[in-house]
Design a protein around this ligand. Structure first.
Ligand code: UD1
Ligand code: CA
Length: 454
């Protein structure tokens, strides 16, 4: 009989997002702290939906509208349940009783403070359910098992999970530990959870009682093993940084496997949504913020900072460039050292090579913006646009006072302050005319030498 694949079965993911995380020493709830620019809660919701969860229920503590909003941001249809009292992980899962009662094929329970779990692992858990298990636990071989629940496995069945505080010495010698993640067959989930009691060392309703209860009901149970670094939880900022490091490594390796060259990957910081094309070279010390797209064959030179930017095919950025939101660099364009670009479009082959600020501007194809050019886009109240046509040439150290249009092919003399529009192919010079006084310098020196007797 075909029991159906993960793609055809409905799946409810219950994400436990409660927990203030007092060890974070933060005004922000623990699960809203970010890794690669996305909250831990967001990562977990993303992983479960990528594993085919058709419905997401997030359990939060009382008065946590911020966590609820974050959950909906990650998955618009997320349903939020409040656990009024913190009476244990099974109690938390049962806060989502209304969702559980809707009879999903698969139910997976995830902890929002375990942000490195992959969609692949959730899929494997679901696969193990379809193999005839009613409860599947996720385990890892712990380097230091202290504090974790221990997996009691016999003949391939997960007979029980015993919390560290309730374990005998013999059980404590087991190093196969509970990662926390649990998958349950939807049709048995409520019946199993209803049987969980709180007769244990912590007087809590333990989700970890589920496998033992399922066995007593004559149901099959299973265990899957994941690498320890994937199941690491985050309780303080030291662990947050460790998880960030692991996530960065994962993102860099995915980029390199997709055809990106990183000369010194450990110094490249990626955002979870960074998109980099094939044959792009990223030099050392580059920071990618939110929403950056780099097309094929571009080069991001060392020490550049990019955020909300698009870099076209074969374009060159940096070294020491800053691309801010709305920077849109055309094919084969160039942004050189100590250049800042914000809300500006550069046409194909346009060059902004040195020491320049371009903000709120459109720059035509093949225009050349000389060193030290500044778009004066802000008068303290409003922002104004600068338009530079195709093939225009802006002489070095010019100030372009927006709003202003410099039409195609125009030249701007170096050091100009441009306040009026310039027509196509014209030369505009807006600077004080040079005056020369022959012999003045020699006279000046002589007068002063006489006076000071040097
Ligand atoms: C849990 C497991 C343990 C496992 C460990 C892995 C249980 C009983 N124990 O222990 O076997 O080795 O995770 O890290 O499940 N939560 C609520 N409401 C509650 C209690 C907890 O939402 O009333 C949430 C927490 O915010 C957290 C998660 O459930 O996200 C786990 O709770 P926690 O108290 O950290 O469990 P551990 O003692 O770490
Ligand atoms: Ca924990």
């Amino acid at each position: 009989m075909d029991t159906g694949s993960a793609s055809t079965r409905t799946c409810l993911a219950i994400v436990l997002g409660a927990g203030e995380g007092t060890r974070m020493k933060s005004d922000l709830p623990k699960v809203m702290h970010a890794i690669a620019g996305r909250s831990m809660l967001g990562h977990v919701i993303h992983a479960v939906t990528a594993a085919g969860a058709t419905h997401v229920a997030v359990v939060v503590g009382p008065d946590r509208e911020d966590v609820a909003a974050e959950a909906r941001k990650a998955f618009a249809g997320a349903e939020v349940f409040v656990q009024r009292e913190r009476l244990g992980t099974a109690h938390a899962v049962l806060a989502a009783r209304d969702a559980l009662a809707r009879a999903f094929d698969d139910v997976v329970v995830a902890f929002a403070d375990t942000p490195l779990l992959t969609a692949d692992t959730f899929l494997r858990m679901r696969g193990a359910l379809h193999g005839g298990n009613s409860v599947v636990g996720l385990a890892f071989e712990a380097a230091d098992p202290a504090g974790y629940g221990r997996m009691i496995v016999q003949d391939g069945q997960l007979e029980a999970i015993v919390e560290h505080k309730d374990a005998s010495d013999a059980q404590r010698a087991i190093t196969l530990c509970n990662a926390g993640l649990l998958a349950l067959e939807g049709r048995h989930a409520l019946a199993i959870l209803a049987k969980v009691g709180n007769a244990n060392a912590q007087k809590e309703y333990y989700l970890t009682d589920a496998p033992g209860i399922a066995r007593a009901m004559g149901l099959g149970t299973g265990v899957l093993v994941a690498p320890e670094d994937e199941v690491q939880g985050v309780n303080d900022r030291v662990q947050l940084a460790k998880a960030e490091g692991a996530m960065q490594k994962r993102l860099r390796e995915a980029a390199m496997r997709a055809g990106v060259t990183m000369i010194d990957p450990a110094t490249v910081y990626l955002h979870h949504d960074t998109k980099i094309g094939r044959d792009v070279v990223v030099e050392p010390n580059v920071f990618f913020g939110k929403n950056v797209v780099i097309d094929d064959k571009a080069v991001i030179h060392a020490n550049s900072h990019l955020e909300g930017a698009h870099v076209g095919v074969g374009a060159s950025v940096g070294p020491f460039a800053r691309l801010r939101p709305g920077a849109d660099l055309g094919e084969q364009s160039k942004v050189g050292n100590f250049v800042e670009i914000k809300a500006a479009t550069l046409g194909k082959g346009a060059k902004v090579s040195h020491l320049t600020y371009i903000g709120d501007a459109t720059i035509g194809a093949n225009a050349n913006i000389g060193a030290g050019t500044i778009t004066c886009n802000y008068d303290g109240f409003s922002k104004f646009r600068t338009e530079i046509g195709e093939g225009a040439f802006i002489g070095s150290n010019s100030s372009l006072v927006a709003p202003v249009v410099i039409a195609a092919g125009a030249y701007i003399g170096s050091g100009s302050v441009v306040t009026k529009n310039v027509e196509a192919n014209a030369l505009a010079v807006g600077r004080a005319r040079q005056v020369a006084y022959p012999g003045w310098a020699a006279d000046f020196r002589q007068r002063n030498r006489d006076r000071t007797k040097k």
